[in-house]
Design a protein around this ligand. Structure first.
Ligand code: RB5
Length: 154
């Protein structure tokens, strides 16, 4: 399993801790697409880079972190095929895998502490997509993305 990780200047320490945590706990390869400098860095750059890596299957899943997780998740979700969930607790992280088949996780380095962030990452990495009734809803999201339209809403 390959995980892409990205961050802005606010989340350098959190990115480093989470990268090391995933490598040591799961043995996954974690590829860094973010900045390692605390100089101002525009979060859409790393949000986009990780999202492109996920969408092109260069990596299996992506994790992005900025101050709130808001901006970087919005940037990631603009890339076709990306379903990025912004989480500040593990329940949403787990359900986002089971129901929404998320391929990216975002959280805020200014919002969650390091131990809570690890719990969110654990819930997300171990959650498995359930398929079934959830697929029709994901297909609807894809339809909106593809066509800027949704037949079922007419
Ligand atoms: C940077 O100041 C901050 O705006 C960024 O880390 C993030 O919170 C944006 O959504």
């Amino acid at each position: 399993m390959k995980i892409g990780i990205g961050n802005d200047h606010v989340a350098v320490e959190m990115k480093t801790i989470i990268k090391q945590y995933i490598e040591e706990t799961y043995g996954y390869e974690v590829i860094n697409y973010g900045t390692d400098s605390t100089e101002r860095f525009n979060y859409p750059i790393s949000g986009y880079k990780v999202a492109k890596a996920v969408a092109s299957h260069e990596v299996d899943k992506g994790i992005v972190i900025c101050g709130t997780g808001g901006g970087i998740s919005m940037a990631a979700n603009k890339v076709k095929g990306i379903r990025c969930i912004l989480c500040s607790e593990p329940y949403t992280a787990k359900l986002s895998r089971e129901h929404n088949n998320t391929n990216m996780l975002a959280f805020g380095a200014r919002v969650v502490g390091q131990e809570l962030a690890k719990m969110i990452v654990d819930a997300w990495l171990t959650g498995e997509y359930e398929g079934g009734r959830h697929q029709i809803r994901i297909d609807m999201i894809s339809e909106i993305e593809e066509t800027q339209n949704l037949e079922a809403a007419k």
